[in-house]
Design a protein around this ligand. Structure first.
Ligand code: NG1
Ligand code: ZN
Length: 521
């Protein structure tokens, strides 16, 4: 019914399966099958999200969500790859093998939640997922068009009997907006902070869903929506959206240029966000994931100290984090930083080790997670009359902040509400925020090679171990530059090698990146 149409093998990578939409029908069907197996194995509700995030409109993709609302555990990615690539006549046998290997009880009733972005290919791909779910007698629950982080939230709610929140769209909006309004109080502006932001919806689901927030937030935060084109116009992520703004380091199309006004861009499934503005001289300023992370971690540290509760707080970054952000947060704000491999699942995993774990990729994908210990202690403190009134107040504030945050995964809209809350509390405009530190000039290059997997890395991808001698060559080049830093790694989502460089000036940075790139060919 859903025959394998593509000969080449495909791999479940950092972003699940992602390729041309026309090649994905059978993959979707098979992921429907896998979701049922995973759900029976975990004895919980599983999510299937159909999206290709910031990729062009003609692409699509699929990723699975585990019961806690996290991305599917890494050990099952290999099963996903296996199921996706077997020949049609071997599919049944492979499923049986997995059922046996994992001792899965095939008689349990399971629910699989399905969500999709606004791509024109998504409805038919969603039907293929449904067919796969039904083929193994699972129950598909279609949430229609939702953001990726919304689906993660619904999965978590369903698995916690709504203890995390009510698992409906209305429940999601109510949870976030109620907490946001509580924190904001009646004074919508404060010092240099104004309650107005220009919002680039990337012509995708982020544009659609922000309207529900606009209605509910009213005057408390005036969000002006731009890039809200309809489905199938070819405009999704085109010259706009978080990935465009971050990688091109330039202003998106469709948003009016107003000097010194805060702007945000989300990506095609609204799990990434970046801030930016142009100054009076029409110069573009980017405030990316690193800056969002340092703002959040610094503020949370202040609050934790204010409660007097002993909680360990840390920031998780990847090698792509700007060196100046790492320096600022460790030296000035005294927040410990851990560096892990690229891919949010690695960051999320590491963040679980802290009471308060803040994680962000430089591209604007991230969130904060709080341990059960942290939540219990804060709930206790909020009611504990032997603490000072101020300490109780801060504990309550932190509890409300937790409700603004989508802890399951990076969530562009939730992150925006969190940043707006912090800027409001500090009385900061975008300039004061930017003044906290100065980014080191940086450059990211893509190099096409015959086989990107000849490059292997260690130390959170900051050093390469093969090909032999490459790391020594990079070291020699880096030494020539003031504040030089550079690393190379194979991309997990594209058939290329990425070269990253930083140095004291842009000119030196570009030169260092170009020199390192020549060593990769
Ligand atoms: P790869 O292609 O492995 O570099 C990219 C991003 C990641 C992450 C994934 C998933 C960069 C340099 N890399 O990974 O941060 O977001 O896509 O979408 O931005
Ligand atoms: Zn995305």
């Amino acid at each position: 019914m859903h025959p394998k149409t593509v000969k080449q093998n495909i791999q479940y990578g950092t972003a699940g399966f992602r390729t041309k939409a026309s090649n994905l029908g059978y993959i979707m069907y098979r992921m429907g099958l896998l979701a049922v197996l995973r759900s029976r194995y975990k004895q919980g509700v599983i999510g299937v999200m159909i999206t290709a995030s910031h990729n062009p409109e003609s692409d699509n993709g699929v990723k699975l969500i585990d019961p806690h609302g996290e991305m599917m555990e890494q050990s099952w990615e290999e099963l996903a790859t296996r199921i996706a690539n077997v020949q049609d006549d071997e599919l049944e046998a492979v499923i049986k093998e997995i059922v046996q290997e994992y001792n899965i009880d095939m008689s349990t009733r399971v629910n699989i939640l399905i969500g999709k972005d606004t791509r024109p290919s998504s409805p038919s791909l969603s039907k293929s997922v449904v067919d796969g779910i039904l083929a193994l007698s699972g129950k598909p629950v279609d949430y229609g068009i939702v953001t990726t982080p919304q689906l993660h939230y619904f999965v978590k709610c369903r698995n916690t009997q709504n203890a995390y929140g009510v698992g409906t769209e209305e429940g999601y909006y109510t949870k976030l907006v109620t907490a946001f309004k509580k924190l904001r109080g009646d004074n919508y502006t404060n010092g240099n902070y104004t309650n107005r932001v220009l919002y680039d919806g990337a012509n995708g689901v982020g544009a659609r869903k922000i309207k529900y927030f606009q209605e509910r937030l009213g005057e408390s935060l005036k969000i002006e929506l731009y890039n809200d084109a309809g489905i199938g116009t070819g405009k999704l992520n085109y010259l706009c959206g978080a990935d465009y703004v971050k990688s091109q380091q330039s202003f998106p199309t469709g948003v009016p240029v107003e000097p010194n006004v805060r702007c945000v861009s989300v990506d095609g499934d609204a799990d990434r966000i970046v801030y930016y503005y142009v100054d009076e001289d029409n110069k573009f300023h980017l405030l990316d994931g690193d800056r969002i992370a340092t703002l959040i971690a610094g503020y949370l540290k202040e609050l934790v100290l204010g409660t007097g509760i002993d909680l360990n707080l840390g920031l998780i970054q990847t090698a792509y984090a700007n060196g100046a952000s790492t320096d600022y947060i460790t030296r000035q704000l005294q927040v410990p930083v851990a560096c892990v491999s690229t891919g949010v699942k690695h960051l999320h995993h590491k963040a679980l080790e802290y009471d308060v774990g803040v994680y962000f990729e430089a591209n604007g994908h991230g969130t904060v997670i709080f341990s059960k210990n942290a939540k219990d202690k804060l709930n206790e403190a909020a009611k504990n009359n032997s603490l000072s009134e101020e300490q109780q107040k801060v504990a309550n504030k932190l509890l409300a902040l937790i409700d603004v945050i989508n802890e399951t995964v990076g969530d562009a809209i939730s992150d925006m509400l969190l940043v707006e809350t912090i800027l409001h509390a500090k009385g900061w405009g975008v300039q004061q925020w930017e003044e906290t530190y100065t980014d080191l000039p940086n450059k990211l290059l893509k190099v096409t090679v015959e086989d990107r997997n000849v490059i292997s890395t260690k130390d959170a991808e900051r050093q390469c171990t093969t090909p032999v001698g490459l790391q020594e060559e990079i070291d020699t080049l880096v030494k020539k530059y003031n504040k030089g830093r550079s690393f190379v790694r194979p991309s997990g989502t594209e058939d290329i090698v990425r070269v990253y460089a930083e140095a004291a000036t842009q000119e030196e940075t570009d030169k260092l990146a170009a020199e390192v790139a020549t060593k990769v060919y």
